[in-house]
Design a binder for this molecule. Structure first.
Ligand code: ADP
Ligand code: ZN
Ligand code: ZN
Length: 727
């Protein structure tokens, strides 16, 4: 008996070891000696013979799991993904093991501590001033069941509040191992009555069984979430688990709340903000089948679930569903692979579906349901384009926009100002020689921040104090040029001093708590101004926002990346979708230098799907994805020219290997859009083929050369299959 083990190494193969006592099952972890190192690996295969002579095979050091940690179903998803995304097999398969279990020998599931009110607990023993304590007391009372610490935290209560109630003997804690949990699944709240569009969508989704992929394309505010809730209900009631994947910033307590308040079913969340231990525990509860709702960001596609009944991908167009470094998998695409294997349905939802997804729907590979009206009372927002040319701009805001902001505030409404840059100003420019202060490690200007004062490179994270003078000409006249969120916030506060101004970007919402406080301030309904980045764009429901101002719509209109316009269209409509989501009508102002741009016209007059139709036509004419398949080989090196020279050689090798006969088109190598980043010089080569198989074949060729090429160590290479960005 020979164990073929996946190890966390950048080599595309498994390593053969001998078992101890003839034991070891596929999917169990082992500890092995590799060279001088001791590594934790995963048994990927158990075979009878090895290519390596038996006397050269080493035994494993230790078998870590008596029963498999990873099941066959996920192992085959992992293998598929390693193959398709051209990523080393061992490293890919270890993605199936939670981080904690890749590091520690025995991550025994600690029984989850649970919390409940003491039988005779009386809220009146708490002082009236202990507002948070009282709120948690009421929360526990309403829950009418024991809660774990993560769900208490998700509901917005800090650990110290919980501890103080435990100290006061109002709450007791006890432990429960995942398997002992009695599981009752039910509805804790009735459904909303669906409107006719929602009904049709739901019956489309529910009428099929086994593997099918549904796309629910519904404008913002059309009630997609209600359809999700009713679509997953039969699966939950039948005792199945449902996996819900959302973009990183889409995973907010609000979203979790919508699922947890509808169903009385154990729920776990998984996201990057959790400790390895907490993630492991959530993973374990999903694996055992105890957690019925599993809500997580992209890596949750690898979470095992014993009785998975359905996979739901919300905001399926979002590029954060694709990992952009290392193992560059797409969670949506892996969801389809997984669902096919399990013969279960997948539901994709978005207001602005990816063009690939729409194309698949047009090809009848997916079933399409449309929601074209907003649900309930809400009306669609109206759009107005504001020409920025020849306008005196108040730090980037036109006089007309200011007039309308003022009017909306005066009628007691909230205003959202969207700008896609954080910081005070994207550059600090010398008035003597017109040079901006650049990052020394990147081809990029440093962003000026005021709070706290510093220059910050948003590409490599380098931070420096603000210089007093220009390093080129010594002039001391350095001026901020352009606006970021801080500057707009400051300007709005000056102009509208009677109203609160709040800023929402990565700098102000580091903690979940900060974000929650902000959301609750907004829900007070007081007139106020919100200034923020795309953090504001996703999923949030702001019932009192009636005006959305987009300060600059132009970024994607002129970009070299053919996908930039699609991203811009998605972002514009997502941001616009925050306006008028309740009974008040919404207005969206879009500032642009190109008010006559035909794409803006289509998008605003006829909506996203009309735009997408046009864009798909032009992609078809140009032979671009989704009408062809792409991969990008990226290279970076410490010296300028190395990466490009390497890719040039690779290009020649691919040409010799018959790229032309396979109809593979090669473009580049090109220097990256920002050639130097974090001290490395970068270049890329684009491969486009009409057939996936041809692309896969040639990429495999390329990898086999790279593996044995003596020059390869000078450059860092990565292969990106189905890239979402091409510069
Ligand atoms: P989406 O996810 O499509 O942007 P939501 O699911 O957030 O939309 O729904 C927007 C609003 O409409 C929510 O406040 C929701 O409660 C409400 N809503 C959804 N469906 C209905 C319905 N059938 N009847 C009344 N209100 C609804
Ligand atoms: Zn200067
Ligand atoms: Zn930098």
């Amino acid at each position: 008996m020979i164990l073929r083990v996946a190890l966390p190494l950048p080599l595309d193969k498994l390593f053969d070891y001998l078992p101890l006592d003839n034991t070891g099952e596929v999917g169990a972890r082992v500890e092995v000696r590799f060279g001088k190192r001791t590594l934790i690996g995963l048994i990927a295969e158990v075979v009878e013979t090895s290519q390596v002579p038996t006397n050269k095979l080493k035994p494993i050091l230790q078998l870590l799991d008596a029963t498999p940690m990873v099941d066959q179903e996920l192992l085959s998803v992992g293998r598929w993904a390693a193959h398709y995304y051209q990523y080393p097999l061992g490293d890919a398969l270890l993605h199936l093991v939670p981080i904690l279990a890749r590091k520690e020998i025995r991550p025994e599931p600690t029984p989850t501590p649970m919390f409940r009110l003491h039988q005779n607990a009386d809220i009146e023993t708490l002082s009236k001033r202990s507002v948070k304590q009282r709120a948690l007391f009421l929360h526990m009372q309403q829950a009418r069941k024991a809660l774990d610490s993560s769900s208490i935290r998700e509901a917005g209560f800090e650990r110290r509040v919980l501890n103080s109630l435990i100290d006061a003997e109002l709450i007791e804690s006890f432990t429960q191992s995942p398997d002992e949990e009695p599981i009752r699944v039910g509805l804790s709240k009735p459904h909303l009555e669906l409107n006719s569009e929602q009904q049709i969508a739901l019956s489309n989704i529910s009428s099929t069984s086994g593997y099918t992929c549904h796309l629910l394309a519904g404008v913002t505010g059309s009630g997609k979430t209600e359809v999700y809730l009713q679509a997953i209900e039969p699966h939950l009631l039948a005792g199945k688990q449902v996996l819900i994947i959302v973009p990183e910033i889409g995973l907010t307590p609000q979203l979790v709340e919508r699922f947890s308040s509808r169903f009385d079913a154990p729920l776990v969340t998984l996201h990057s903000g959790m400790s390895d231990r907490a993630r492991y525990e959530a993973w374990e509860r999903a694996r055992s089948g105890a957690a019925r709702l599993i809500i997580g960001t992209r890596s949750s596609i690898f979470v095992p679930a014993k009785r998975l009944g359905m996979i739901l991908i919300d905001e399926e167009h979002d590029t954060s569903l694709k990992q952009q470094e290392g193992f560059r998998y797409h969670a949506r695409d892996l969801a389809l692979v997984r669902a096919q294997q399990l013969d279960i349905p997948v539901l994709l939802g978005s207001a602005t579906p990816a063009l690939e997804t729409l194309h698949n729907a047009h090809q009848q590979r997916y079933q399409l349901s449309l929601l074209e009206q907003r649900a309930g009372e809400a009306k669609p927002p109206s759009f107005e384009l504001l020409d920025m040319r020849h306008q005196p701009l108040e730090t980037g805001v036109t006089a007309e926009a200011l007039r309308q902001i003022s009017a909306h505030l005066a009628s007691n409404n909230q205003v959202l100002v969207f700008i896609n840059r954080r910081g005070f100003s994207p550059s600090l420019v010398c008035q003597g020689c017109a040079e901006a202060v650049h990052c020394t490690r990147c081809d990029a200007a440093m962003t000026l921040h005021r709070r706290p004062p510093r220059l910050h490179c948003h590409h490599c994270d380098r931070q420096t104090p603000i210089p007093r003078s220009c390093s080129h000409c010594d002039s001391t006249e350095l001026r901020p040029v352009g606006s970021g969120t801080e500057r707009i916030e400051e300007r709005m506060a000056e102009l509208f001093s009677n109203y609160p101004v709040r800023r929402v970007d990565r700098d102000t919402t580091q903690s979940r708590q900060a974000f929650e406080t902000l959301m609750s301030d907004l829900h007070s309904g007081e007139p106020q101004i919100l200034v923020g980045t795309q953090m504001l764009a996703k999923g949030h429901h702001f019932p009192d926002v009636t005006l959305v101002v987009i300060l600059n719509a132009d970024a994607g209109l002129l970009s070299a990346d053919f996908r930039a316009m699609e991203r811009t269209a998605q972002l514009l409509l997502q941001v616009a979708g925050r306006a008028g989501r309740a009974s008040k009508p919404g207005k969206v102002l879009i500032q642009t230098q190109h008010p006559e741009h035909p794409i803006l016209a289509t998008l605003l007059q006829h909506g996203y799907l009309a735009y997408a139709q046009q864009e798909l036509k032009s992609r078809a004419t140009l032979g671009l994805p989704p009408f062809s398949y792409q991969a990008i080989v990226r290279a970076e090196a410490q010296r300028q020219g190395w990466a490009e020279a390497y890719l040039m050689r690779l290009r020649q090798l691919l040409e010799q290997a018959g790229a032309q006969e396979l109809k593979l088109m090669l473009a580049g190598p090109f220097p990256a859009n920002m050639e130097k980043r974090a001290g490395m010089f970068r270049a890329y080569l684009i491969l486009t083929a009409p057939k996936r198989a041809a692309l896969q074949h040639l990429l495999r060729q390329a990898r086999s050369w790279i593996e044995v090429d003596p020059e390869a160590p000078r450059v860092r290479l990565s292969i990106d299959v189905d890239p979402v960005e091409s510069t």
